[in-house]
Structures are given as C-alpha cells and as structure tokens.
Design a protein around this ligand. Structure first.
Ligand SMILES: Cc1cc2nc3c(=O)[nH]c(=O)nc-3n(C[C@H](O)[C@H](O)[C@H](O)COP(=O)(O)OP(=O)(O)OC[C@H]3O[C@@H](n4cnc5c(N)ncnc54)[C@H](O)[C@@H]3O)c2cc1C
Length: 396
C-alpha cells in the first residue's frame, strides 16, 4: 500500500491488488515506529495520522522474575515522534488507501488474488488474478510482490528462500482491560515462560511465547492448564482468563525468519515480508516493509514513469535494503537463540542478565535499544516528488 501510494504520488499508474474483501485481521502487526512516523511527516500526513485512534508508547518495560526493568526509552530519538504508535493495521492501511485515492493514478482492487504471473521474453509482464466474477489479467511494467510471509508471488517467481530458523512460536490472544489495571509491564519473563501484554485501549493484546512446534503439546494439556499458566505469570488476570473460552480464541503465529537470495527477476520485485519474513522480536516487520517501499519508490518511481525498468535498478533496491534486513535479522536471531531459547528451557527463576542490569543502572543506555527498534538500520527518507501522471505505466 505504501509503495502504491508513493508511486501514484509520483504520477505512476498503480493498481494494488488485495485478495481479501477488507483489511480487518486480528493480531496483525500494529506497531508504527518512529522512523515510519517520520516518513508520514515527510509526506505531510502526520497530523491526519495522529487524529486516528492510536496509543503512544514511550518506554518499553519488562519484568524478569520479581525485578522490573526498563529496556528502551524513545524520548531522545532524533525524530519528530519519540514514541511507538500502536494502531490496528487495518486502520493504518485504510489511512494510506484514503490518501492514495487522492491521486488519479492510484487504483485499489479488493477481492483480487494473484494466482499466476504473466511472462514474455524472459520478463514478468503482469499477473493473473482470481476475482469474484472469474479471472483477471493485469499487464504491468513491474510486478511488486508485497504479499506477505506466505507470498504467492515469490513462489510463482521461483525465487530461492534462505530460511534462518526460529526456536519459538507465538500464541496471540486478547483479554479485557478493567478499571484499575494501571500501567502494566510490557513483557514478563518467568522460568520457561515469556508473556507480553500490549495496551490496546479497551483490551490487552497478549503474546504467549512457546517453544517451536509446542502448540499441540499445550493443547493436549488442556485449556485450564493454559489459563493457569497465564495467571502464574500475571495473577491480576485471574478475574478474566475465563474469557479464553476455547482454543479458537488463541491464534498461533508460526515464527519464521527468512530472506530471499535474490529479491527480483526482470519485471518483478519482492519487498516486505515477501522478501524477508521477520521474527516478532522488536516488532519491526511493518517498519522494514515500509522502509523497503520508500527505498523502492526512491529508486524506481522516475524511471517507471517512462516504462519498464532495467534489472540493475531492481538489484539496486535489493542492495539498498538487504543490509538493514540482514543486520536486523542478526539481532533478532541473537535474541532468539541467546535469550528466548534459554528462557523457554529454564526450570528455575531467571536472573536479570548483566546487560539488562546495566540498563537499570545507567538509564541513558536505554537510548541504544530505542534507536535500534525505533529507527532500525539505515532509515529511509522520501525522495520522490509529487508529480502528475504522464503515461499509462502500471504496477500490480
Ligand atoms: C500475529 C502477528 C503479529 C505481528 N506483530 C507485529 C508487530 O507488532 N509489529 C510489527 O512491526 N510487525 C508485526 N508483525 C509482522 C508484520 O505484520 C509484517 O512484518 C508486515 O505486515 C509485513 O508487511 P507486508 O506488507 O510485507 O505484508 P502483509 O502485511 O502480510 O501484507 C500482505 C498483504 O497481501 C495480501 N495477499 C497475500 N497473498 C495475496 C495474493 N496472492 N494476492 C493478493 N493479495 C495477497 C494479504 O491479504 C495482505 O493484506 C506481526 C505479524 C503477525 C502475523
């Protein structure tokens, strides 16, 4: 959606295809990071964005055993917004679509599922899609595969995936918020367990981290044992764990960390999760996807106004975005294997790691994780101009 917005803004004819009829999904990534907010500001949309319902988180805190710790402090970032915005993903997509529609060259087709690629002379020249009326063909100078971690486009294009593995899966669930809940810690670490609670205004979005493939074993032990485990982690939830009335209320996220070896083919480019599925560590997936879109638009928008782009420019997008992706995945894999895997295997109460003790002792050190999470490696800036559409080039 962001790439569609930026290209349409630069006068390139764009059609965004979305297989669902709407953007409503429970438990999608909902964090809008300071660097994404900065891009929103550069596009002149920040005030409108902040009018939409959202929460602002200025510090990330946690509880390890009995000890409370502050892990990141965003209040010193060199950005306009020194907080993480929590906004339901459908609201953010709707916001982008609303502003993109101001450009006559922007088109959005819902209920349009890409099922095949059109090819000619060794290049991708468009897509075939399933629509309620039957099938549709869209010819395009460039197909941008931004279709997420189970990308059909990357499979159809035969792009090779480098799977980096992950030791855990995540169960998402929601519990009501009650008066008097107060400010809760964001993450709780106990022997063998890791639980995260995100304040979503009128409810808590909760993540329960389990060892990879452990969901069936958890189900076998039964729902009341699961509810009991949550109460052990946070006794104040005892009055509402019954809201988890069946396993249907618990959504399994199979954690993946992977990336494509090559993000492109002539006429086709993958970005976002389609190019690199991120671990939930740090909640950076949306931010990276947005940064990819900005970089791709910066490199491709003006050439696309004239027609198909040479493969060297697609390579340039990969070169620009691969390094920040690799670096962030390296950090995530470090946290997964050195911290999360150990916590999940622990039988006794964990102590506060030395690095975290330092964050408690020297508060200014909390700016470092804030910078890493809030801005990432190599933050992008909008370089594309706002231009009228000259031609009928199309991106699908
Ligand atoms: C449960 C969960 C929680 C997460 N929490 C966070 C978080 O807190 N913070 C964070 O930053 N990230 C989080 N993430 C990751 C984040 O959602 C992704 O990294 C981010 O959304 C990637 O954006 P994207 O545009 O590449 O793909 P997506 O957001 O996955 O978008 C892909 C879109 O393509 C559509 N689509 C798929 N196939 C087709 C097709 N064949 N034809 C047409 N359309 C198609 C899909 O319906 C979808 O709308 C979470 C992910 C999950 C699953």
């Amino acid at each position: 959606m962001m790439l569609g917005f930026l290209l349409a803004r630069a006068g390139v004819e764009v059609t965004v295809l979305e297989k669902h009829a709407d953007f409503f999904r429970d438990f999608r990534g909902d964090t809008i990071h300071p660097s994404t907010l900065e891009i929103t500001h550069e596009l002149g949309l920040l005030d409108a964005f902040l009018k939409r319902p959202h929460q602002e988180v200025r510090e990330l805190t946690g509880q390890i055993g009995e000890e409370r710790v502050t892990l990141a402090d965003f209040s010193h970032l060199p950005t306009r917004c020194r907080f993480i915005g929590f906004m339901p993903q459908w609201e953010f997509l709707d916001f982008l679509a609303e502003h993109a529609r101001r450009y006559p060259s922007f088109h959005l087709r819902m209920q349009t599922e890409v099922t095949d690629l059109l090819e000619a002379g060794g290049s991708v020249t468009g897509v075939k899609a399933k629509v309620p009326e039957g099938t549709l063909q869209v010819q395009a100078d460039l197909v941008a595969g931004a279709d997420g971690r189970h990308s059909a486009v990357r499979d159809l294009a035969g792009l090779e995936v480098d799977d980096r593995g992950a030791p855990m899966d995540v169960l998402w669930l929601r519990l009501s918020k009650r008066p008097g809940d107060g400010i809760q810690t964001l993450g709780r670490i106990e022997a063998g367990r890791l639980f995260v609670m995100l304040d979503r205004g009128d409810y808590w979005q909760c993540a329960f981290v389990i060892p990879k493939g452990g969901f069936n074993e958890l189900r076998r032990r039964g729902l009341s044992a699961f509810r009991g485990a949550i109460v052990e982690l946070n006794p104040s939830l005892a009055d509402r764990v019954q809201e988890i009335s069946s396993w249907d209320d618990v959504k399994l996220l199979t954690v993946r960390v992977d990336r494509l070896k090559r993000w492109y083919r002539p006429g086709l480019l993958c970005i976002g999760d389609a190019a690199h599925a991120m671990s939930p560590v740090g909640g950076v997936g949306i931010n990276l996807a947005i940064q990819d879109a900005v970089a791709a638009a910066n490199i491709l928008a003006l050439p696309l106004r004239k027609g198909p782009v040479p493969v060297e420019l697609l390579h340039k997008v990969q070169r620009r975005r691969e390094w920040p992706t690799r670096m962030m995945q390296a950090v995530q894999i470090f946290v997964q294997t050195r911290i999360i895997r150990n916590v999940l295997a622990m039988q006794t109460q964990p102590g506060v790691p030395f690095a975290v003790q330092l964050l408690n002792l020297y508060p200014w050190l909390r700016r470092l994780p804030a910078r890493l999470i809030g801005m990432g490696f190599r933050p992008e800036h909008v370089r594309t101009p706002e231009l009228p559409s000259p031609t009928k080039n199309q991106i699908a």
